[in-house]
Design a protein. Structure first.
Length: 208
């Protein structure tokens, strides 16, 4: 798992007018993906394929609990509309579409203590951004001292990013077999994020 910490960002509720136009860049990337892949090929896209393999190895059914990148790319390849949330979430989605990997963006003000990546315990749940209470039992997740707050499937309401957030945690769920230079990945992701959200990268590192 790769992590970036940002400070002093300015999250815009309407990202359409930022820089060269984040909405336009997202649409151009979506078109490029549709020219290369069909919806039926989503599971074979680099990043998605390795995520599915890792889920299976951990005993998680990827057809029942799809990696978030797969769900997003399926929507893109089916030519369904892309809904803007805010500049931070939109950049997060851009990165996921570009790399085929699950990404998570979180408000650091809502995170307590050390962040770890692990499998969920039987009693662990959280209210997800999908509007449902989600059981995290046996699922890969990201947690702090207060419990789980994110996963490569769906993230929690507790740490969601709004325009009030200034310091953010950016997580990239990278799985074995994915062929990319992780240092270059972090550099590219950080550059894109700061371009559209301002602020600065405080640190970047890899968490095993």
């Amino acid at each position: 798992m790769a992590i970036l910490n940002y400070a002093k960002v300015k999250v815009a509720e309407d990202a359409s007018g930022l820089g060269e136009g984040l909405g336009k860049s997202l649409e151009e990337l979506a078109v490029a993906r549709r020219l290369r892949y069909t919806a039926e090929e989503t599971g074979n896209i680099p990043g998605v394929a390795e995520s599915r393999q890792a889920f299976k190895a951990l005993g998680i059914d990827p057809s029942r609990y799809r990696p978030s990148s797969e769900a997003l790319l399926r929507r893109v390849l089916q030519d369904k509309p892309m809904f803007s949330v805010n500049s931070a979430v939109d950049v997060n989605n851009y990165c996921s579409i570009k790399y085929g990997l699950p990404f998570g963006i979180y408000d650091l003000a809502s995170i307590q203590g050390k962040v770890v990546c692990r499998l969920g315990k039987d009693s662990e749940t959280y209210f997800g951004l999908n509007g449902r209470e989600t059981s995290m039992s046996g699922k890969l997740l990201t947690a702090d001292e207060s419990g789980p707050f994110g996963s490569p499937v769906v993230d929690s309401e507790r740490t969601k990013v709004t325009s009030a957030a200034n310091d953010l945690l950016h997580v990239v769920y990278v799985f074995p077999g994915y062929d990319i230079d992780l240092t270059e990945l972090l550099s590219d992701v950080g550059e894109m994020f700061v371009k559209w959200n301002g602020g600065e990268i405080k640190e970047s590192y890899f968490l095993k």
